[in-house]
Write a protein of this length. Structure first.
Length: 277
């Protein structure tokens, strides 16, 4: 048994050296047709490492030649297959610039957006790539509205937008958690304006707007309290209109308590103001 394994190991090693030697010779060869054929075969068997090396080697020799478009396209596809999404996105974007009228330009534009979609990080991190991916998919849809990939592009865009929505809501809520109440009130209102279709966060956003506004008013100087308490009442009333059938008892009691406190404080402020006059 040990001998059989040893023989198998030797055979694998020999084959590996042989393949490596053959690949090296191809890279150093001036036979560009043989190199292209080997690159395509490597790509087709999902050997993206060798395919990437061969297509990269062919880039210089293919300029201005018949296979230039295919070499550039499959170089990008090999990078994508190998998981180098950043380089692949750059290559596909370059393809669109270099070959704008190519029959492969549509595919390259979609793949550029897709690479950025794959590179888009979780919502808590910087979302620059997420925004770029959305812009790229939108460009693709605008340019190829009848493409069979439009539905898929929209699906990816929805996923990417969800990250932006979650990040913006979390950032706004974190102002409340850290007791930066004025910033929380402003950020949550901006969030609702920016994402009117973000229904999954609307109730919580409107709830914390009331709470943040109340805390902000409580900590304000006396000359500003009346105006800020009145804003709390308006925000509370908006919440009640939208969520009149609220089932969360804890939230309901919290808001009712704030509402009653604010009404009393405004009565006191108005009474004091009338006496002074």
């Amino acid at each position: 048994m040990k001998r059989a394994f040893l023989i198998l190991y030797i055979l694998v090693a020999v084959l590996g050296v042989s393949c490596s030697s053959k690949h090296k010779k191809l890279l150093e060869s001036n036979d560009q047709d043989a190199k292209f054929e080997a690159a395509m075969k490597a790509y087709e068997r999902k050997d993206y490492f060798h395919a990437t090396q061969l297509f990269e080697n062919l880039l210089l020799y293919s300029r201005g030649r018949e296979k230039a478009e295919l070499v550039n396209l499959y170089y990008g596809k090999s990078l994508l297959g190998g998981g180098d999404y950043y380089s692949a996105a750059y290559q596909f974007e370059s393809f669109v610039k270099w070959f704008p009228y190519s029959k492969y330009a549509e595919e390259a534009l979609f793949q550029a957006a897709y690479c950025k979609y794959l590179e888009s990080p979780e919502y808590s991190l910087d979302q620059t790539l997420t925004k770029q991916a959305i812009d790229n998919f939108q460009t693709y849809i605008d340019k190829y509205p009848k493409s069979d990939k439009v539905e898929q592009a929209n699906k990816f865009m929805d996923e990417l937008r969800e990250k932006l929505i979650k990040k913006d809501y979390t950032n706004a809520y974190n102002y409340y958690k850290t007791e930066a109440y004025q910033a929380a009130q402003t950020s949550l209102k901006n969030f609702l304006n920016n994402y009117p279709d973000a229904t999954q966060y609307r109730e919580d956003a409107m709830y914390y707007i009331v709470l943040a506004g109340y805390e902000f008013a409580e900590k304000s100087v006396e000359s500003k309290q009346k105006e800020r308490y009145e804003i709390v009442l308006m925000d509370y009333e908006r919440y009640q209109v939208v969520f009149s059938n609220m089932t969360d008892k804890t939230k309901s009691e919290k808001l009712e308590g704030i509402y009653n406190n604010v009404k009393k404080k405004l009565e006191t402020i108005n009474t004091t103001s009338n006496k002074d006059n």
